[in-house]
Design a protein around this ligand. Structure first.
Ligand code: ADE
Ligand code: ZN
Length: 326
């Protein structure tokens, strides 16, 4: 149909994508075989059948298990290049991707292996597809402050490859405040900052991300809508929200896509963007996320264009780079 074609043809950016969450079951099997890693599934269908989640933690348990097949630099390259090939098909021309180094270093995979594989694929994606990219290092919030500091140290030799630090994994019980000192150090080292907040956690966590972590962009932020003063602050500062519609639905934060808050966010003057989060696990990449909200919320072309423009404006590109994309 019309809208689907409109979405497909529109140049887009993606600002909230966990590269490990783009691991499709087919590649998981191929890497398991190549690396002789045992996985608890017999077929690709069995893997897809296991992807039913009732909350974030449910998903994370399977997500961390899935990444166990990633061992060699080539694995990280193949993972990242597969994602970029998909983005090329979807007319996504700029991506800012998260990676979870602690999910790998905790299994004995060196930091260098991870970042070299990902970054070689990003270089190839620029050469082959013209896709520009930035890389964001996420700290796992269920691990210690000490472990986050260690990870930041490991990142320093690669600082020119990393634009920002972020915060992800289990939100409830792991408030941003726990990482205030790590983020302070990261900012002093010249990194920008983002954090997942208000995905499952309360508005107070969004306040902490703003005030203590000094974030430049908010990942998710759905529950900020519960607090009028916070909404006002986000609207006035125009700090962008990287919203992930299918993720919210699959993790049961939103029970019915017709109730998804993204249209309300736009109406409230928030700078919302559309992203896929963990597309392999949540059943859709960028275009499918645009399609589902367009259909369920009856979005106009003007609203769709605003969301896409927000994606470029909220990116960590320079003013000149943005000019060229919008
Ligand atoms: N890691 C991967 N996807 C995530 C999400 N949606 N929330 C928190 N941590 C994550
Ligand atoms: Zn996320």
């Amino acid at each position: 149909n019309d809208m689907k074609t409109f979405i497909q043809k529109m140049p887009k950016a993606e600002l909230h994508l966990h590269i490990e969450g783009s691991l499709e079951p087919e590649l998981m099997f191929a890497l398991a075989r190549r690396n002789k890693v045992e996985i608890p599934f017999a077929t690709v269908e069995e893997v897809r059948d296991a992807y039913h989640f009732s909350n974030l933690q449910d998903f994370l348990d399977i997500y961390y298990q899935g990444m166990s097949v990633l061992l060699e630099e080539q694995d990280f390259y193949d993972l990242t290049f597969a994602y970029l090939s998909k983005m090329y098909e979807q007319n996504v021309i700029h991506v800012e991707i998260f990676f979870d180094p602690q999910g790998h270093t905790s299994r004995g995979v060196p930091f260098a292996t991870v970042i070299n594989g990902i970054s070689r694929a990003l270089d190839e994606g620029l050469k082959k597809y013209g896709i520009t990219s930035k890389l964001i290092l996420c700290f796992l919030r269920h691990l210690s402050e000490e472990s986050a500091f260690e990870t930041l140290e490991q990142a320093l030799p690669y600082r020119e490859k990393i634009i920002a630090v972020g915060l992800d994994s289990s939100e409830m019980g792991f408030p941003p405040a726990k990482f205030a000192r790590v983020f302070e150090k990261a900012k002093a080292e010249g990194f920008l900052a983002v954090a997942h907040a208000g995905e499952e956690g309360p508005p107070e966590y969004v306040y902490e991300a703003l005030d203590l972590l000094k974030i430049d962009r908010l990942d998710h932020g759905n529950r900020a809508l519960e607090n009028d003063a916070l909404v006002k602050r986000l609207a006035e500062s125009q700090i962008a929200l990287t919203v992930c519609p299918l993720s919210n639905y699959k993790l049961a934060g939103v029970k019915d896509m017709r109730l998804h808050p993204i249209k309300r966010m736009l109406d409230l003057g928030l700078k919302a963007t559309v992203n896929s989060d963990d597309p392999s696990y949540f059943g859709g990449y960028v275009n499918e996320n645009y399609e589902v909200i367009t259909e369920s919320l009856d979005l106009t072309r003007a609203e769709i264009l605003t969301l896409a423009r927000n994606g470029f404006e909220a990116s960590f590109c320079s003013a000149d780079e943005k000019q060229a994309m919008i």
